[in-house]
Ligand binder design. Structure first.
Ligand SMILES: [Mn+2]
Length: 403
């Protein structure tokens, strides 16, 4: 029995208002080819199916088209869980129709937790999938009957996985491999501080891998966008299948999916996805960035590549809008500059004296940082203000479909 693990499709995602629909379509073509070539029987999608809880019509169309295409492959079953970006109810609404398309949706906690345990094939199981969805605080509080003072999300998540471990024990005793899913942030030293900030956005609590049970042969996880594995606990993040923004560029790790064979479950294979759309960052003073952009060669399949520029210094006698226009007009066949950040002019004592037309070159966070730098707050307070800001922005983006 062969299983393919992928996650974080973020259907409907846009960067700087440009939809990543073409990238997703190419991914789906590729995925279907891989399913046939590798003779995959089961597909697991570990959450963040959509980018937002109420996806656009175009995103919904892409989702249902993909499911019907996948159902027409050799796959016997598709198991999807919700992520922190998804609305559980939205995913569950068509579940009866989707069950006719080989698709099982696990989103939110059912009344009977044992319903999360899916032996496969049912009559004579060769593998058991414990389809644990994204665990929201409220689900866990209800499940553990916590009072307000007792709430400890970190402890609850770990305890829930230990409870699931007791449910799969009879299968484990028969030597049947157990795969558990999840959409959570397992923190370990391999993830640096920047990643931690990215992944605890939206209020996700980090759980140390040492707190999780040992019984599972494979944790098929979503949430961390970089492919990542922790062998001691069999923890695997497939990551998102293609570049979805600036944070994907810095890791330098190739995107992909994981393939598991129940005949030898410890032998996990990563299959890299092609580089459909290359994304790059340019850093330096204005002339250096111009040169980098002008000499850039696109190695992605789609043209142009997408670029993000961060300018450290620039001629003080020219308006930022003009410099910006110069940047974006360079090498347009190869590279499309989605965003260029210019630091505030040194001559300006505060933002009030700035040419406000250039404010759009800054992210809201950069404007806040600019003000904090000039404030009397302690470093500690500044950090707390920025953290609170990040949390609010994540909630706002999630609810409004921006990002
Ligand atoms: Mn995600």
């Amino acid at each position: 029995m062969k299983i393919l693990h992928t996650s974080d499709w973020h259907i409907g995602r846009k960067i700087e208002n440009i939809p990543l629909a073409q990238e997703f379509d190419l991914f789906m073509d590729w995925l279907i080819e891989v399913i046939e070539q590798q003779q995959i029987d089961l597909l697991i999608v570990a959450g963040d199916i959509f980018d937002t809880g109420m996806p656009s019509i175009a995103a919904q169309q892409q989702y249902y088209t993909s499911i019907s295409r996948l159902a027409n492959t050799r796959l016997q079953k598709i198991i999807m869980i919700n992520g922190n970006h998804d609305s559980a109810n939205f995913l569950l609404a068509p579940r009866i129709i989707l069950s006719g398309l080989k698709t099982h949706i696990s989103a939110g906690l059912p009344q009977e937790i044992s319903q999360l345990i899916l032996p496969f094939p049912e009559a004579d199981p060769q593998v058991v999938i414990a389809a644990v969805p994204y665990l929201r605080d409220i689900d866990l509080i209800n499940f553990f009957h916590d009072t307000a003072e007792e709430v400890d999300t970190q402890k609850n998540i770990a305890a829930f996985y230990h409870y699931i471990a007791t449910l799969v024990e009879p299968f484990k005793d028969k030597g049947i491999p157990i795969i558990v899913t999840g959409h959570l942030f397992v923190s370990d030293s391999a993830l640096d501080q920047i990643d931690r900030n990215d992944y605890t956005l939206g209020g996700l609590i980090d759980v140390a891998s040492s707190q999780l049970p040992d019984v599972f042969d494979y944790y098929a996880l979503g949430h961390v966008h970089r492919p990542w594995q922790q062998k001691q606990k069999n923890i695997f993040y497939s990551g998102n299948p293609f570049f979805m923004g600036q944070h994907d560029i810095k890791s330098g790790v190739k995107k992909g999916v994981f393939v598991i064979d129940t005949d030898d479950i410890s032998d996990v294979k990563k299959i890299e996805t092609p580089l459909w759309r290359q994304m790059v960052t340019f850093d330096g003073d204005f002339d250096q960035v111009c040169q980098q952009i002008a000499s850039f060669e696109n190695t992605g399949i789609l043209s142009p590549a997408y670029g993000f520029a961060k300018i450290t210094q620039y001629p003080q006698d020219r308006p930022i809008d003009q410099l910006y226009q110069q940047l974006v007009s360079l090498n347009q066949d190869n590279i499309h500059i989605l965003k260029a950040v210019f630091p505030p002019r040194l001559s300006d004592s505060n933002l009030n004296n700035q040419d406000f037309s250039s404010l759009k070159e800054y992210s809201p966070r950069e404007i806040l940082e600019f003000h904090l730098d000039r404030s009397d707050y302690s470093d500690n307070s500044k950090e707390q203000i920025l953290e609170t800001f990040d949390e609010l922005m994540a909630i706002y983006k999630q609810n409004s479909g921006l990002d």
